[in-house]
Design a protein around this ligand. Structure first.
Ligand code: GLN
Length: 271
């Protein structure tokens, strides 16, 4: 077993738009810091080991996410990992599954209840680019290990494709405030859920959710490739350290390529 193990949760049913890449990004950024890191794939029907260092969960179609929710609830491993404060990244359908309940295939389905979030349906599917400013409060106030690992300062970006109208309860904080695109819900979804005008106005600016050791977002990309600051925050939290104290990345892939090209050129000139 490697020193640092990333649990890739149900890639066979959840993992649209390259969300599996989030685990690859975590592994690569750990390895470039000299950390012996591996990915542990957990597929439908497998027990979820509760002692891994960090977990990633992707997005998926309605039927797939119902299967995922049923399995994760019956197994209980991811809930024990969350209760033990292990950092977890959940994308899109993952966000909905970690909430209290979600609407999929025309019915309400129980979620894991690890996020104070409920998801009904948007009138129209939201497809497009999404941008938000990070909610600095989210990591400080609501989150445990994530809150002490550092803060997000860079705008967050990703690609969204969902039909969920997600509303957060008081125990969850938004991950970011939408500056472009549609986040957790649109105005119709918020009003349809019976919110007051005032509350609905707030909810339409919310993107994603942070609660305890869980970070959830509608952003595909994969989100950690597009937002390396978020990747390092998860890494630091998983290692029980801060982003500032993470070992430096000795050589980036781009630097390695540049060095290789320079060596090849020098060899050619000699020949
Ligand atoms: N099936 C969910 C929805 O449409 C999630 C989609 C996704 O994960 N991309 O809202």
């Amino acid at each position: 077993m490697a020193d640092f193990v990333i649990g890739l949760v149900l890639p066979d049913v959840l993992g649209t738009y390259g969300d599996d890449g989030n685990a690859l990004v975590l592994r690569q950024r750990a390895r470039m810091r000299g950390i012996d890191a591996e990915i542990h794939r957990i597929t439908l029907g497998d027990a979820v080991p509760e002692m891994l260092d960090v977990y990633t969960v992707g997005g998926g179609e309605d039927v797939a996410q119902i299967l995922a929710a049923e399995h994760l609830i019956a197994d209980g491993g991811i809930t024990r990992a969350a209760n033990a404060g292990r950092p977890i990244l959940a994308i899109c359908a993952g966000l909905q599954v970690f909430g209290r309940s979600f609407r999929a295939s025309d019915r309400m389905v129980d979620g894991l209840g690890l996020l104070d979030a409920t998801t009904s349906s948007l009138q129209h599917r939201m497809i497009g680019e999404l941008r938000s400013d990070p909610n600095l409060q989210g990591f400080g106030v609501t989150a445990g290990a994530l809150g002490t690992a550092g803060v997000l300062t860079e705008p967050l970006t990703g690609f969204a494709n969902h039909q969920g109208a997600t509303l957060l309860g008081p125990d969850a904080a938004p991950l970011g405030y939408v500056t472009e695109g549609v986040g957790n819900t649109d105005a119709h979804g918020a009003l349809h859920a019976g919110l007051s005008q005032e509350r609905a106005k707030k909810e339409v600016y919310y993107e994603g959710a942070v609660q305890g050791s869980i970070v959830a977002t509608y952003m595909h990309g994969p989100v950690l490739a597009r937002n390396p600051q978020l990747a390092d925050l998860l890494l630091a939290a998983a290692m029980g350290t801060t982003v500032a104290e993470l070992p430096p990345m000795t050589s980036t892939f781009a630097e390695q390529l540049t060095a290789e090209v320079a060596t090849l050129r020098a060899e050619r000139l000699k020949a």
